[in-house]
Write a protein that binds this ligand. Sequence first.
Ligand code: FES
Length: 157
Amino acid sequence: MFQLSPEGKQKILAELKRYESKQSAVLPALYIGQRENKGYITPAVIEELSRVMEIPESQINEVFTFYSMYNKKSVGKHHVQVCRTLSCMLNGAAELSQHLCNELNVQLDQVTADGRFTISEVECLGSCGTAPMMQVGDKYYENLTPESAMNLLRAMK
Ligand code: FES
């Protein structure tokens, strides 16, 4: 069973007041639910959001399954999202993510043995001019090389 914190519930209720349609608040509500559930969404999170928002679970599920920014399984403490779209790919994103996986001894989308990292490849993060880049948590890291990216992760340990 999952239950939102009082703060999380208040944030979602505040989001609901911002829109005419409750469905418009599903995106931020999922984001809040994900944060409060250690970085991923489960059926119990959907159930809780449905209860708090007073909308059917199916309306939350259809948003959840459409967007890749919501995680369907657990991720490491630091979720490293490497952009794999055109500008980043042309500037070495595949080598970058492969280097991180090799250094951390993990496959894409798996959690490292120490629970600290998950490396994922994602679509364009809107920072194409500074390719290749990655997002970790809420922060962007840009103009990366495989080595500079790994040094950034080492500093997060
Ligand atoms: S292509 Fe990587 S941020 Fe846009």
